[in-house]
Design a protein around this ligand. Structure first.
Ligand SMILES: [Fe+2]
Ligand SMILES: [Fe+2]
Length: 184
């Protein structure tokens, strides 16, 4: 597997979690009870799986490697992608803060949470489309095979450092469970 194939697989998981989050918000909007444990699992996925691991792999390894190799020719797309990661991080913080307020009984908090989810979903869906179609094909073509396999090792080390073995599988198990509950 190449680094961009691995990142693309993660994109598929991220898109599924965004669908779950949207379904949770629809339930919330119709005043149905959502288990706090499910919200905690989704928030952990956004903070750890998406931001620390997935965005970490792109920011620490893929983007610099591509910039060093002089690709893409337009450097501003890389800045744009980095800005979008930062924007996503802020929206996740906003969601977390809204949930805290919600748990304390603030009636306006669900609206704030849902608004942040909506913005985050749009941002990340567009972002993934850009990476899959504009950036990754160039990385596949122009980074050497050796460099790509070196990057796979760096990805594994990052994951080990950030979440430890087993946590990645746990995220997937939780996502499968949430899919059965919210997407079927
Ligand atoms: Fe990204
Ligand atoms: Fe990505």
């Amino acid at each position: 597997m190449t680094p961009t194939q691995a990142l693309k697989e993660e994109h598929d998981g991220i898109l599924r979690m965004l669908d779950i989050l949207r379904a949770i918000c629809e339930k919330m909007a119709s005043h149905k009870t959502i288990q706090g444990e499910h919200l905690d699992q989704v928030m952990a996925f956004l903070r750890i799986f998406i931001d620390r691991c997935h965005h970490g792999k792109e920011e620490r390894f893929l983007f610099p490697e591509m910039s060093n190799a002089g690709i893409p020719k337009k450097a501003d797309i890389m800045d744009e992608l980095m800005d979008e990661h930062a924007e996503g991080r802020k929206l996740v913080e906003r969601m977390g803060a809204a949930l805290e307020r919600f748990y304390r009984g603030d009636q306006e908090a669900p609206g704030v949470f849902m608004d942040a989810v909506d913005r985050y979903g749009t941002l990340i869906r567009d972002h993934i489309k850009k990476e899959n179609t504009l950036l990754f094909p160039q990385a596949e073509k122009k980074l050497s095979k050796e460099r790509q396999s070196g990057m796979m090792e760096e990805f594994e080390t990052l994951e080990e450092e950030e979440i430890g073995s087993g946590r990645h599988d746990q995220f997937h198990r939780q996502m499968d469970n949430l899919s059965r509950i919210y997407l079927s």
